[in-house]
Unconditional design. Sequence first.
Length: 341
Amino acid sequence: MSMNVLKTGAVIGATCLLLGAAPAGAGTIPATTLETPPGAPPGVCDAGTGWGPPLPGTTLSAQRVQSGFQFLEGPVWVADPGYLLVSDLGRASGAEQVQPSTIHRLVPPAAAETFVAGAGSNGLALSPDGQQIIAATHDNRTVSAFSLSDRARTVVAGSYQGRAFNSPNDVAVRADGVVYFTDPSFQRGRRPDQMGGRTGVFRVVNGQVDLVDDTVRQPNGIALSPDGSILYVGAFAENRIYAYQVRPDGSTGERTVFATIASPDGVTVDCAGNVYWVSHSAGRVHVFSPGGETLGTISSGLQATNAAFGGPDRRTLYITAGQSGNYGIYSIALAVPGYPY
């Protein structure tokens, strides 16, 4: 998530590829009936591995490894050849007060390179085949896919029942290509509200956009558990993290409160199912066990926005944090590998 507008005016395989035969670039569910939700894509989390404690202590600090960005969001690690992608949001401009955004590619501490200019993106994730970035694109109020090979952009979710989204913010992708995303109003600017004052969580299956929940106030970070059975959503305006049961077809069931933290922003998970949730106002990452037990915190500086695992063994946690005009990448080595977004 980016609150900047309010303050300033795995190479992985899968049975079904995200942008295969399905229309509009949506996820594809196999024709056979699934008995359980698909878990982590092959190569992300090794099955049967007994993980130990994820943190070397209960109060940790990440180190800044690169700085000088305007407002960073959506880190995602691409394993081959090994680099980090981030969204860098500029100041809102124009009559509609929409924030421009560029996707940068970097290998800290090397200087960043422009990967997609004019991306209009916030949160980023990898497609199951590892060949595309799935992006919450607030510039045109959609969810988009960017090809890693040629940067070509296609639409994953363009509208809901003919109505424009507010400003898609963060995204999670299941192993079979089902896409979940949050739609707060942070980057809507002065564009008309077509959602009737509501902010929500949506799902995309086989090109069809369905509503998960439109009672969450300013939903922000979103993630799936490694086994695909739980969908986590941060309610920024409620200081709550919700957990939804996920059915094999991608639909969701009961919602419960997983945890409470101040201004929950971006999130990632590790292969043991531990949840790493960024608190924007506190400038730290809260780490929870799969059962919701507090394991510790990782300080990262003011106005933290998001986190993702990366590095050759995916045991480095990258965190985006800073102050508008001087955002940076923070990192810390941890014991358990995790998701690249």
